[in-house]
Design a protein. Structure first.
Length: 477
């Protein structure tokens, strides 16, 4: 069931473009488009084409698409094959119009044009209408009738239909358009989260389309691609119906709400208004109305131990970064907790003393399910600093017999000096991460074992104060 997630602003980049035409010559109705983060595009559309009962082949203006993904969504119609041009060019048109008589501009000043019939290609062979004989090579510049020159690539679709019909519902994959999520996290008493989808049209040309955005990992497989000349694929089965920065401009206006629903192992967002895609435009659509959110700022100093392997004595005292992250609890049953958050960029904002909004951090989140904690790693602290020095180091060797390998046992001591220039106290987590056999022998602040590989020392540093942490570890490799 679809779930409404609030009033939003939708932006639609419009296009006064020529409609894509099928054989019937009528404008193509609006398509239904699903966009993926990877740039893959799934298109469902109704193509205007006059189909008769029985078996036949029909030319359809398709544009860019992968022919192996082409399928028919029309009960009673069976697809036999689809043949498409590798490119939209004069060479592909020549292949389509073998046997046709065309006007040829010979460049002669006293003759406007002459007519010649294209007999074959590879190599080209022509015959003048007013003179017998075969000419190898193009006899001049072809003056193409407007109705023979399509605006997009064509496909020849062979199918069998149980009755006559005036349109054909099809589905196919193409590329060129993608989307990405972007968030704005506001700190403070009125903290909240805003989320938007940035949609880049890229090379996609589709007017007046229903748009859905799919977030999540659907796997890394992809259908085969075709290259070269005329390519035919056949033996299709009728399917079971079931940050980027983008170029150009986006226009904003009030709109109904976006809806969200689970789709397979991902989440699907349906835009409330149609979108017209044209190359070089972009669309910005808020995914949900601002949700109240309280962020807990966490300071972390990374460890000195390598995760695996041996190590030796280290240099004198060195400054180490104090990393900043923002943790947001998302309890199920709340407006914020029930939101599925697609992976994307997060900008963190706060107010300065004059009430101006300032960008104070930026990071990235992965796909975050409803109820899961949101964690944004957002740069390093300025007013909280740390220095670490290795104060003691000794090793012994053990083993070495036939059945016991040689092992090194190291006893290592560290001192971490933390300084806080802020007007309020801060808790800094000093972490050590190490795989294999190791343990904390002693420490000035009680160690918290978070997992078999991580130990944390939570150190409270007073306002405008300094604290020294010391600890000793035993490491075996």
């Amino acid at each position: 069931m679809k779930r409404r997630i609030g009033a939003v602003l939708a932006s639609v980049a419009t296009l006064a473009a020529a409609p894509a035409l099928g054989q019937a010559g009528a404008p193509t109705p609006g398509a239904s488009v699903t966009l993926f983060n990877s740039g893959r595009v799934l298109v469902r559309r109704s193509q205007p084409v006059a189909i008769t009962s029985g078996t036949g082949t029909y030319t359809i203006a398709m544009g860019e698409f992968n022919p192996v993904t082409f399928a028919i969504l029309e009960p009673g119609v069976q697809l036999t094959s689809v043949t498409t041009d590798a490119a939209l060019s004069e060479e592909t048109l020549l292949r389509r119009y073998v046997g046709r008589t065309l006007d040829i501009d010979t460049g002669a000043t006293h003759v406007a044009s002459r007519k010649a019939t294209l007999l074959a290609v590879d190599p080209e062979r022509w015959e003048w209408a007013d003179r017998p004989g075969v000419i190898f090579g193009r006899p001049g510049r072809i003056v193409w009738p407007k109705d023979l020159v399509p605006t997009v690539k064509l496909a020849d679709v062979a199918l069998t239909s149980d009755r006559s019909r005036s349109s054909l519902k099809v589905m196919y994959e193409t590329s060129g358009s993608s989307w990405a999520a972007s968030y704005r996290l506001f700190l403070g008493a009125n903290g909240h989260l805003e989320g938007s989808a940035l949609i880049g049209a890229g090379t996609l040309l589709l007017p007046n389309s229903e748009v859905q955005l799919l977030s999540g990992d659907i796997g890394r497989g992809s259908p085969p691609q075709f290259a070269g000349g005329m390519v035919a694929t056949s033996a299709f089965e009728e399917p079971r119906l079931a940050r980027d920065a983008f170029a150009a401009k986006a226009m904003m206006q009030a709109a109904p709400s976006v809806s969200s629903e689970a789709a397979g192992e991902g989440h699907l967002y349906t835009l409330p208004q149609p979108v017209s895609f044209t190359p070089g435009t972009s669309v910005v659509v808020p995914l949900f109305e601002p949700a109240p959110a309280k962020a807990n700022r966490v300071y972390v100093v990374g460890g000195a131990l390598p995760y695996y392997g041996g190590f030796g004595q280290q240099q004198d005292e060195q400054p180490v970064p104090v990393e900043v992250s923002y943790h947001l609890a998302r309890r199920n049953g709340t407006a914020f907790g029930d939101l599925p958050l697609p992976a994307g960029y997060v900008g963190v904002f706060d107010l300065d003393r004059s009430g101006r909004v300032q960008l104070v951090g930026q990071g990235y989140i992965g796909h975050t399910a409803p109820g899961a904690e949101m964690v944004v790693d957002a740069g390093s602290a300025f007013d909280i600093t740390a220095k670490r020095v290795q104060t003691d180091f000794s090793t012994t060797r053990a083993g070495g017999s036939v059945n016991v390998p040689v092992r090194t046992i190291a006893m290592v001591s560290y001192r971490v000096t933390l300084q806080n220039a802020k007007d309020s106290a801060a808790v800094v987590e000093v972490r050590e991460d190490r795989g294999g056999e190791w343990s904390v022998v002693e420490s000035s602040v009680p160690a918290q074992k978070r997992s078999s590989t991580r130990v944390v020392f939570p150190v409270t540093v007073p306002a405008r104060g300094e604290v020294t942490l010391t600890y000793r570890v035993r490491v075996v490799w």
